[in-house]
Design a protein around this ligand. Sequence first.
Ligand SMILES: NC(=O)c1ccc[n+]([C@@H]2O[C@H](COP(=O)([O-])OP(=O)(O)OC[C@H]3O[C@@H](n4cnc5c(N)ncnc54)[C@H](O)[C@@H]3O)[C@@H](O)[C@H]2O)c1
Length: 260
Amino acid sequence: MTETKHPTDKLAAVTGGASGIGLATVERLHQNGHEVLIIDRDESAFAVAEKLSSPSLPVYAKIADLSSVDEIARCVESIDEEFGGVDILVNNAGIHPKQADGGPFAVQDITLEQWDLVMNVNMTATFLMSQWAMKEMMQRGWGRIINVASRAGRMYMPISGSHYAASKAAVISFTRYLAGDCGPYGVTANTVAPGRIKTPLSDVSGLGSSQNLHEEFAKSVPLRRVGTPDELAAAISFLASEDSSFVTGSVIDVNGGIFG
Ligand SMILES: NC(=O)c1ccc[n+]([C@@H]2O[C@H](COP(=O)([O-])OP(=O)(O)OC[C@H]3O[C@@H](n4cnc5c(N)ncnc54)[C@H](O)[C@@H]3O)[C@@H](O)[C@H]2O)c1
């Protein structure tokens, strides 16, 4: 057993924690009593951390572009030095490139460069961050890894690009195997698969009013609305908690009931 150098009980790291689902997750985990570390490429992460921090329960921020293997290596090295690893890791950072008019890229229009970028941020970063975090979690005998996939990784969605969908399907499959490898050491790994959630990522204003598009989409959702970032944070919070102690390798669909 290695000793964590940081006094916190359970430190949670959230990638992409400066916006949308990640930000709601940071707020929730902080409300649950965790010290939280935001990892984001956007420098607004510092202001978010400052705003949420309290003297007894800090929120930290590190800037890293997770599309870069070198930046990931630099980032996790500095986390190891400062905190001695993390207890909870939420791999949430993700991108979904769209056409200028807000529509998805068809397979025939995706360049190798675009393909690689989506895979690097959505999948390779999830793999590298999990591989790093699980080692210390396994030594400590407790850990939670929660990966954010998408409904697009579960089924065909005309509004999604195939690179995005493939990366999210890979996240789901990867997480099952991750759960298999870290389970014997007391570490769980699960996926959440959001449906349409109102965040900057799903804002396709290029196609007209984003609100109207959300309303149009909502007609096909059994609960007749799109989701909120906090509804994702609630599922992630459960998976990060002791309450989910016998849940691993699972996918929680948070999509208002839309499965077709
Ligand atoms: N919003 C939806 O409808 C929806 C649906 C399904 C899945 N998701 C998934 O949920 C996750 C969060 O999405 P969101 O809607 O909150 O998006 P968002 O755009 O609001 O937030 C994404 C965050 O990730 C960060 N990020 C992006 N690329 C990064 C990189 N290379 N390095 C570091 N940080 C990076 C951004 O700076 C941002 O803070 C993503 O993985 C997304 O694919 C979202």
